[in-house]
Design a protein around this ligand. Structure first.
Ligand code: 1PR
Length: 548
């Protein structure tokens, strides 16, 4: 493929606005990095040829995807040598996430593929026998040396999403800027001279993250005034916070306007009309300001429409990512598709458009059920399911599987081949056992697959997280189905988001205390302003549960 022409060489200041050079090799969501840079008053120039790297005044490298994929792309574009030259000269550089990992010699994620070799050591995987992996969510940092990057930082938690990490040893100790604990201590930040990199995402870490980014962009103008390194201070282990997620079910109402709606057990109509609880972008912004740790959009009629023709939904994502600096997940209609002209789009094409529009994670519902049925039929992976294809390119952490289960009661486990539990909430005929039947098409069709099996197989296919709804509890306000959440949580080693049924602050405490879920999601109580997000967090804090 011919390389694009180089961007015009020249000054890094245009019309009084400083240019930041962005190394985006087109493999994921760097829209939020762009948006964050712009919000801080800078403009962005993309690297389009190797010389652009050497001409940069300040270079940001937000690596996305897998280690091997990133290094191969860098090599194919001819970027490796100029990048090494730039780094070895100690010129201003900020790596984010994989942008940190590629600075090491290599990674267990992609054996045999060398990294940039600036920092001695190998990146390796967290141990998923003791922890849920990926490490997703808001964790702290321990600052190990003073840095102008933390001029405005006051010790807030920051957003991480990764399965691999660097660990410190003698050979790389002079690089260590910050460390974080997740089962063990790992390197969450490095800095030497003008070269710095973070494992967390400053662009997704709310105002605290934007402050750190500002520290890099305007580092020379800042005085040290924020969090400082205190060599005498005792270093406490950092802890990952439980996440509180606001969910926006979105669809067009009968007038054709895109609205946030909300169902009762998935029925979103009231007196024949689609319930309208607000405008998607406005609500998302409100939740960001109120302290939501993450925002999820579900395009609930995506299973029957084609999302790439649903431009308003993509526009919602683009506009939201300009204002909202916490992770955004989008689901609905992620599957392969043929348009009216017979043109074929893979699920990866659909997901890519969502990532380009500002999504950090995509969520797959119906198609995950079909993929599990196919896996059961063949007894093996095909590499062709949407989960496998998207995880391969964007990484497991970018793929959420959304499950819409409904309880099916039985008198004894022998009545079904599906995974049953003994329940404390007996069925209408006094049945003491139930299984959780997966559905497709927004709960309209039940399939012969249970939620526990589905979650396990989806993990094997490459899903990085489970969004676990409950049709029985949705919109009821009677609390999460903790039996369901516990059963799924115990079956997988990826994070589980408990969803459906939150009616009060105590329900969040209950689900975290009884299930081990990493996150809890709610919709109705937030949309109707019945319970503020801050009240949920205060209650959790009061019971000793760590929150941001
Ligand atoms: O199948 O890949 O096209 O994805 C469709 C997506 O849309 C799925 O993730 C599915 O969960 C969602 N969906 C489809 N129909 C509905 C519906 O409500 N009619 N949303 C729907 C339901 C439940 C949560 C809700 C929680 C919390 N999803 O979105 O936010 O239950 O609510 P609560 O706190 O008010 O109880 P595909």
């Amino acid at each position: 493929m011919p390389r694009p022409a180089c961007s015009p060489a020249g000054r890094a200041i245009y019309d009084g606005i400083e240019m930041i050079t962005l190394l985006d090799y087109g493999a994921g969501n760097v829209r939020s990095v762009r948006n964050a840079i712009r919000k801080l008053g800078y403009s962005v120039r993309d690297v389009s040829c190797p010389e652009d790297i050497l001409q940069a005044e300040k270079l940001i490298f937000p690596g996305v995807g897998s280690f091997g994929n990133a290094m191969t792309r860098l090599r194919d574009e001819g970027y490796v040598e100029p990048l090494r030259q730039y780094l070895n000269a100690g010129r201003p550089f900020l790596g984010i996430c994989l942008g940190l990992q590629t600075l090491f010699d290599g990674s267990d994620e992609s054996p045999g593929i060398p990294g940039l070799g600036l920092i001695p050591g190998h990146v390796s995987r967290f141990d998923d026998s003791v922890l849920s992996v990926p490490h997703i969510g808001w964790n702290g940092i321990n600052i190990r040396k003073d840095s102008a990057l933390f001029s405005g930082y006051q010790g807030e938690r920051l957003y991480f999403v990764h399965s691999y990490r660097g660990v410190r040893d003698e050979a790389n100790s002079d690089w260590i800027l910050t460390t974080t604990n997740y089962g063990e201590e790992f390197i969450s930040g490095v800095e030497k001279g003008n070269v710095a990199a973070f494992q967390f995402h400053p662009e997704k870490s709310g105002d605290a993250g934007l402050g750190i980014l500002r520290g890099f962009l305007g580092a020379d103008a800042l005085e040290l005034g924020g969090a400082r390194y205190d060599p005498g201070a005792e270093v406490a282990e950092t802890r990952l916070a439980k996440r509180i997620i606001a969910c926006l079910d979105v669809r067009a109402n009968d007038e054709g306007d895109l609205v946030v709606t909300k169902g009762d057990q998935y029925d979103v109509r009231e007196e024949g009309q689609v319930r309208n609880l607000g405008k998607p972008v406005e609500l998302a912004r409100r939740y960001f300001e109120e302290g939501a740790d993450e925002i999820t959009f579900l395009n609930i009629t995506g299973f029957r429409d084609f999302p790439l023709e649903d431009q308003p939904m993509l526009e919602v994502l683009r506009l939201t990512s300009e204002k909202v600096f916490v992770p955004l997940t989008i689901g609905g209609g992620i599957r392969e598709y043929k348009d009216a002209d017979g043109k074929y789009y893979s699920a990866l094409d659909v997901a890519s458009e969502y990532f380009r529009s500002g999504a950090d994670k995509i969520s797959i519902g119906s198609d995950a059920v079909y993929a599990v049925e196919e896996y059961r039929r063949l007894g093996t992976k095909t590499g062709k399911s949407a989960i496998e294809q998207i995880a391969e390119v964007y990484g497991n952490q970018a793929v959420v599987v959304s499950i819409d289960p409904r309880r099916v009661y039985v008198r004894s486990p022998g009545e079904t081949a599906r995974h049953t539990i003994k329940t404390a909430v007996p069925g209408p005929g006094g049945e003491a056992y139930c299984w959780f039947q997966c559905t497709v098409k927004g709960g309209r069709e039940g399939r012969d697959v249970d939620a526990v099996e589905l979650a396990g197989i989806c993990e094997q296919l490459g899903a990085g997280e489970i969004l676990l709804n409950s049709i029985d509890r949705d919109g009821t306000g009677i609390g999460f189905d903790t039996e369901l959440v516990r059963a799924v949580r115990e079956a997988v080693s990826i994070p589980v988001i408990a969803s459906s049924g939150a009616g009060g602050v105590q329900h969040f405490t209950e689900v975290f205390e009884n299930t081990g879920a990493e996150a809890a999601l709610a919709a109705g109580i937030f949309h109707r302003k019945e319970v503020p997000i801050a009240a949920v967090k205060d209650h959790l804090r009061g019971t000793g549960i760590v929150v941001r």
